[in-house]
Design a protein around this ligand. Structure first.
Ligand code: OSB
Ligand code: MG
Length: 379
C-alpha cells in the first residue's frame, strides 16, 4: 500500500495545453432530501484538461450551497482559479503538487477536482484504466443505495421495496429530527433481514442521546453522522451510549481527522468520499489507516454525474472497501447523464468497473452541451 501511493506520487503531471471550467446542471429524476437541504438538480463544476490530444476530466463534489459542507461551487471556482491551478506545473510530480496544495488550508473538494483530472490524464496517457494506475485489479463492486427523506412512510416503504428488488446490498435511509425512530421501525418491520442504516447529516446534538438510543433496537449496521460536522469529540461521547456503530461522513476532511476520530472512539466505521478529502491519495491513506485499526470503510457519494461516479467506482477496487458504498445506478438520479455507458446493476447487485483508459467512460458531448450553464477558459 505504501508502495502504491509512492508510485502514484512519483507520476509526472506532464504538458498541459488547455484547462476549462464548466458548470453543469442536470435535473434529478426526483428531488433528493437530507436533513439540511433538498436538491432538485445536480449542479457541478467540471474541470477539462487537454494535453497533446488527450482530454481528461475532474468533477467537483461541492454543491451550489453550503448545506452539506462549507465548500460551494463558487468557493471551489475561486480557490481553483486563484490558488490551486497556479501551482500546477508540467515538470512536477503529483506528490510535489500535493505538498504544494498543503499551503491552501482546507478546500478538499477543490483540491480533489484537480487531482482527479490529473490522474485521469496520467492514466489515459499511459493507456491504463484508473484502477490500474491506483494499483488495483478490477473486481465487481457491491452496490448500496441512499434513500432521501420521503414525504410519507408509505413512499419510503415503496422506495425501499424497489431498492431491495433491484438487488442493492445495503439500504441507507436519511433521517432528521421528527422523522426518525418511527420511520426506521416501519422499514425494519417490513424488511427484517436487510442491511439497513440511517444517515442524519448532523441533525442531532448530544442532548438527543436518549432519543437516539431507541435506534439500537433495530439492528442497524450503523448510524451515519448523527451529530454536527465539527463534533468529533461529541461523537465519541455518544458512541459510548449506543450499541449501534457510528459512522462519520462530513466530520472527516483528512487523515488527521480520521486519526482523531478513530483514536477517540468517535466512530466504528468511516464513509470516505474521495471528493471531500482532497482526492484519491488522501482517501486511500484514510482507508489504509482505518482498516489497520479494524475500522471498516466504504465509499460515499455526492450524487455525482457519471464522471465522479466513475472515479468512486475505480477507487472501490482497493481491497479496503469492504462495505457496500453509496454508488447506485445512474437511472436513479438522471434520465440523461453526461457520460456513457451509465452505471447499471448486474442481476446480483454488483457494478462493473469501466474498463477504458482513465475513468473509462466517454463524455456524451451533446448531453454535456445541453446541460452546460457556462464555460470559462482557465489556461
Ligand atoms: O450524506 O452521504 C451523504 C448526497 C449528498 C450530500 C450528502 C450525502 C449524500 C448521499 C447520496 O447520501 C449518496 C449518493 O447517492 O451519491
Ligand atoms: Mg452522509
Amino acid at each position: 500500500m505504501g508502495s502504491v501511493l509512492t508510485t502514484l506520487a512519483e507520476r509526472l503531471i506532464g504538458p498541459i495545453d488547455r484547462i476549462d471550467q464548466l458548470i453543469v446542471r442536470l435535473p434529478f429524476v426526483k428531488p433528493f432530501s437530507i436533513s439540511s437541504a433538498t436538491w432538485t438538480c445536480k449542479e457541478a463544476l467540471l474541470l477539462r484538461i487537454e494535453s497533446e490530444g488527450v482530454t481528461a476530466w475532474g468533477e467537483c463534489v461541492a454543491d451550489p450551497d453550503p448545506y452539506y459542507a462549507s465548500e460551494t461551487t463558487r468557493t471551489a471556482e475561486h480557490i481553483l482559479r486563484d490558488f490551486l491551478l497556479p501551482l500546477v506545473e508540467s515538470h512536477i510530480t503529483m506528490g510535489v503538487l500535493e505538498e504544494r496544495f498543503r499551503r491552501v488550508r482546507g478546500h478538499g473538494m477543490a483540491k480533489a477536482t484537480i487531482e482527479n483530472a490529473l490522474f485521469d490524464l496520467i492514466a489515459k496517457r499511459e493507456g491504463l484504466p484508473l484502477h490500474a494506475l491506483l494499483g488495483y485489479d478490477a473486481r465487481p463492486i457491491p452496490s448500496g443505495i441512499s434513500i432521501g427523506i420521503q414525504e410519507t412512510a408509505e413512499e419510503l416503504l415503496d422506495t425501499v421495496e424497489e431498492a431491495v428488488a433491484s438487488g442493492y446490498h445495503r439500504i441507507k435511509m436519511k433521517i432528521r429530527r421528527g422523522c426518525d425512530v418511527d420511520r426506521v421501525a416501519a422499514v425494519r418491520e417490513r424488511f427484517p433481514a436487510i442491511a439497513l442504516m440511517a444517515d442524519a447529516n448532523g441533525d442531532y446534538t448530544l442532548n438527543d442521546a436518549a432519543h437516539l438510543r431507541q435506534l439500537d433496537a433495530f439492528g442497524l449496521t450503523m448510524i451515519e453522522q448523527p451529530l454536527s460536522y465539527s463534533d468529533i469529540y461529541e461523537h465519541s461521547l455518544l458512541q459510548q451510549q449506543l450499541t449501534t456503530p457510528l459512522c462519520l461522513d462530513e466530520s472527516i476532511h483528512s487523515l488527521a481527522d480520521a486519526r482523531a476520530a478513530i483514536d477517540l472512539g468517535a466512530c466504528r466505521v468511516i464513509n470516505i468520499k474521495q471528493g471531500r478529502v482532497g482526492g484519491l491519495a488522501e482517501a486511500l491513506r484514510i482507508a489504509e489507516y482505518a482498516t489497520a485499526r479494524d475500522v471498516p470503510v466504504w465509499s460515499g457519494g455526492m450524487d455525482e454525474t457519471g464522471i465522479g461516479r466513475a472515479v468512486n467506482i475505480h477507487m472501490q477496487t482497493a481491497p479496503f472497501f469492504t462495505i457496500p458504498g453509496d454508488t447506485s445506478e445512474t437511472s436513479r438520479y438522471f434520465t440523461r447523464d453526461i457520460v456513457h455507458p451509465p452505471v447499471v446493476l448486474g442481476a446480483d447487485g454488483f457494478i462493473a468497473v469501466p474498463e477504458g483508459p482513465g475513468i473509462g467512460v466517454q463524455i456524451d458531448e451533446d448531453a454535456l452541451q445541453h446541460f452546460t450553464l457556462e464555460t470559462k477558459r482557465l489556461r
